[in-house]
Write a new protein. Structure first.
Ligand SMILES: C[S@@+](CC[C@H](N)C(=O)[O-])C[C@H]1O[C@@H](n2cnc3c(N)ncnc32)[C@H](O)[C@@H]1O
Length: 215
């Protein structure tokens, strides 16, 4: 999926992926990461998710990156924060109390830009990408924040029955992408719910990824 695809989705309001309340896997399983209060969580491809608000409300700092600037503006409006805005190379950095969101391409973000983070929360980021982009995503994510644990929310459905995004990410793909870096545990597998359930049936899954040797 190229950048134009996503900008068009935002312009046309075709954002069924957006949930008005914090994601149920996040709320149920985030504590499995055993982070201490004040830890910083990186949320790639963050859109305008209410998950950011939830993470802040739990005492975490959040860093995100998102292509669409209006979505990021909405997050700050919702949080009643006036962002400090700064340009960095091709990216724009919106920051406020506890939160930094980069506007631009995830693949252009560097570890220096991002700074230190303690965990990754991936909901609808990896599954937003077609299979041929996944290795590039995983490698770049590792270059940004190596050796931090991750909560991953993904879908497993018959890809022959529906075109992505979101793309199906069966267990063997999760394992083959991350097996060299993480110990991988499935935390939940529930029927797909919400608007996506009208398009396909399958499983929505959450995974905890713990850096090998650190658990
Ligand atoms: C399926 S949505 C998920 C959004 C959010 N995680 C959520 O749960 O609502 C994928 C998001 O990734 C953004 N996106 C896609 N490609 C991107 C890229 N290369 N860099 C940054 N953001 C990207 C899109 O604009 C879109 O908002």
């Amino acid at each position: 999926m190229d950048k134009r695809f996503w900008q068009t989705r935002w312009q046309e309001g075709k954002i069924a992926f957006h949930e008005s309340v914090p994601n149920r896997h996040l709320v149920r399983h985030f504590m499995a990461l055993s982070l201490s209060s004040g830890s910083r969580v990186f949320v790639p491809f963050c859109g305008k998710t209410a998950d950011l608000d939830w993470l802040l409300s739990q005492g975490y700092g959040v860093s995100g990156i998102e292509l669409n600037q209006d979505a990021v503006g909405e997050v700050f409006e919702r949080l009643a924060l006036t962002p400090d805005v700064a340009r960095f190379r091709g990216l724009t950095r919106f920051s406020g109390k506890g939160i930094v969101i980069w506007v631009g391409d995830f693949f252009e973000l560097s570890a220096l830009d991002l700074g230190s983070v303690d965990a990754v929360y991936d909901r609808a980021a990896l599954v937003a990408l077609p299979a041929q982009m996944r290795t590039k995503y995983v490698r770049h994510l590792q270059s940004l924040c190596p050796s931090v644990p991750q909560l991953l929310v993904s879908y497993d459905y018959d890809q022959g029955k529906m075109e992505g995004p979101p793309f199906s990410l069966p267990e063997e793909h999760v394992r083959s992408l991350y097996k060299d870096i993480y110990e991988i545990e499935n935390l939940a597998s529930v029927d797909i719910y919400g608007p996506l359930a009208e398009r396909c049936s399958g499983r929505e899954e959450s995974w905890i990824l713990r850096p090998i040797g650190q658990s």
